[in-house]
Design a protein around this ligand. Structure first.
Ligand code: ADP
Ligand code: MG
Length: 304
């Protein structure tokens, strides 16, 4: 895959020192506004698999922390889980955007997310000068879950069995708060645990959304592998209300991984998270553009 962040048109050589100073100065109102505020970042899609974009992401997180914001990272890992399953001769299957998770798949999910992906992100953030700490939902009793009952989206009386996919029953954010107060950056794998200590695979968008709500986050930013939510003709929709989303789901415009993402986004927006954005993670420094400039990127989800 071409690497957009090192392509020549992204070189900053043509920007004069004066312009650079101007750009930095323009960030001040945003830094002031979000100082001390919690920002939940769902890290997924291509931004997570392209090495140059990974580096940008880690630097952005460290920068936000150093100017006084509290970024919390919740990561996905769809492509990495698929790779690992392929090596075992298994193929990932999805129903309505949710990964069907049998026992063997759950083992792979846990191992890939908590063992590999999370530790890679922690390493990158630390290499960029931050102090990241990896957590799963087990740590500090962060995410309790139970088996998800997935109703068919066309016939709600029908239910799909998708194995060890969990829905969140409770979040105890105390471990996250303790870490962020101590200047650590929490990096959370979307794995929950149940009544009998069993593990659950939870869609990372849903974890990020619930965490944003419980932490009363100022912003929820979902980095993904597409420009934002697209309409039927493939054009970007810059703003969406819950009603409009329902209509787009009903007519099939929104499907697959966008379904849990927007379900989470609506939940967070309705529960008081001030700004909820689905943003293109393939754009270098997408997060900084979203937080520190007045450029509108991707799709903003409104509460009503
Ligand atoms: P991630 O969770 O890693 O960001 P997903 O694959 O789970 O990525 O979700 C994003 C995907 O949702 C897009 O790549 C696209 O294939 C799919 N999708 C379905 N409907 C839409 C839509 N209306 N607009 C944009 N993407 C959509
Ligand atoms: Mg997804």
């Amino acid at each position: 895959m071409p690497n957009p962040s090192t392509a020549p048109e992204h070189s900053l050589d043509h920007i004069t020192p004066r312009d650079q100073a101007e750009i930095l100065a323009q960030a001040l109102p945003y830094i002031r506004r979000f100082h001390g505020k919690t920002l939940v970042i769902k890290y997924g899609g291509n931004a997570m698999t392209d090495p140059a974009l990974q580096q940008d992401f880690a630097e952005d997180i460290v920068l936000l922390k150093l100017v006084g914001m509290n970024p919390i990272v919740v990561h996905g890992g769809g492509p990495q889980i698929d790779d690992a399953l392929n090596k075992l001769g298994k193929k990932g299957t999805f129903i309505q955007g949710m990964r069907v998770t049998d026992e063997e798949t759950m083992e792979v999910v846990e191992w890939v997310l908590a063992g590999e992906v999370q530790q890679d992100i922690v390493g990158l953030i630390n290499a960029a000068g931050g102090k990241a700490v990896g957590l799963t939902g087990r740590d500090g009793g962060l995410i309790r879950a139970r088996k998800m009952k997935l109703a068919d989206k066309d016939d709600p009386s029908k239910e799909h069995d998708i194995g060890q996919v969990g829905e969140i029953t409770a979040i105890d954010p105390s471990v996250v708060k303790a870490l962020q107060d101590d200047q650590f950056i929490p990096v959370i794998s979307p794995i929950g645990f149940g009544e009998h200590n069993e593990s659950y695979n939870i869609n990372a968008d849903l974890v990020a959304a619930k965490l944003a709500t419980v932490l009363k986050a100022e912003k929820l930013i979902m980095l993904t592998n597409i420009r934002g939510v697209l309409d039927k003709t493939g054009d970007l929709i810059t703003e969406l209300t819950p009603r409009q989303i329902d209509d787009l789901i009903a007519d099939g415009t929104i499907s697959g991984g966008m379904l849990p993402k927007l379900a989470g986004a609506i939940d967070a927006a309705k529960s008081g998270v001030n700004a909820v954005h689905v943003v293109d993670g393939r754009v270098p420094h997408a997060m900084l553009l979203e937080i520190l400039t007045d450029q509108a990127y991707g799709t903003m989800i409104r509460s009503h």
